[in-house]
Design a protein around this ligand. Structure first.
Ligand code: ATP
Ligand code: MG
Length: 205
């Protein structure tokens, strides 16, 4: 009997992508026997409307660099290419159209899972996708606020890493080696990312 293709979707700002994101995707891919995990860097993240975010093209390229060596990882431009704020309901609509014969699994860390009910048009999401909540140090993983059967909870190796922490380290002149892949350390240096304090970054494009 043939089984429907399983595709994981890992959305994020990825400013920058770090080993917490990569371990989450790898662990879920293996546990659920997914054909691939698609990383989807946001265009303009709606939750971060008042914060400064690096250009989408830099975040997209870092995601490509970080995932290139894994044959089960790929990167989608659907959110980068869509204008306006990024809503997950649009992301999943676009990916459903691209992979009509696949079951999509949206992967979120425990912090994002806490917020899901505040997401735009969330009711439509539950009909179209299964959520996978993964553990993240500092947050408790709980699905009691979400519809029964809509979420799987998965324990992953604990990585106490955040993009905010990486940006702060670069701004303070501290290393981010081993928190992000080597190519990302080099990309950050090459493009001079995160050196300035956020107030000097300029508005989100
Ligand atoms: P920021 O500090 O800028 O918010 P972040 O580290 O939270 O960055 P995001 O791009 O916001 O990274 O997160 C994308 C997804 O990855 C979210 O679902 C988030 O919960 C998850 N995630 C991020 N870091 C980890 C981690 N260390 N362990 C598990 N999940 C994580
Ligand atoms: Mg975050």
């Amino acid at each position: 009997m043939s089984r429907r293709r399983r595709i994981g979707v890992m959305g994020g700002t990825f400013d920058p992508i770090h080993h917490g994101h990569l371990v989450a995707a790898s662990e879920v891919q293996a546990q659920f026997g997914m054909e691939q995990v698609i990383f989807v860097p946001t265009g303009r993240p709606w939750q971060k409307g008042h914060e400064y975010v690096s250009p989408a093209e830099d975040r997209y390229l870092m995601t490509v660099v970080a995932t290139a060596s894994n044959p089960r990882f790929s990167v989608s431009r659907v959110d980068v290419n869509r204008s306006g704020p990024t809503y997950t309901v649009d992301t999943l609509g676009d990916l459903h159209a691209e992979y009509p014969d696949a079951d999509l699994y949206f992967i979120t860390g425990a912090d994002a899972l806490e917020q899901i009910l505040s997401w735009h048009r969330v009711d439509e999401l539950f009909g179209h996708v299964h959520f996978i909540g993964v553990t993240r140090p500092g947050y408790s993983l709980d699905d009691r606020h979400l519809p029964q059967g809509s979420v799987s909870l998965v324990e992953i190796p604990a990585m106490s890493i955040s993009s905010t922490g990486c940006r702060e380290r670069v701004a303070a002149g501290l290393p981010v080696w081993y928190l992000v892949p080597d190519g990302i350390v080099q990309y950050i240096t090459k493009r001079g990312l995160y050196r300035e304090t956020p107030s000097e970054w300029g508005p989100v494009a």
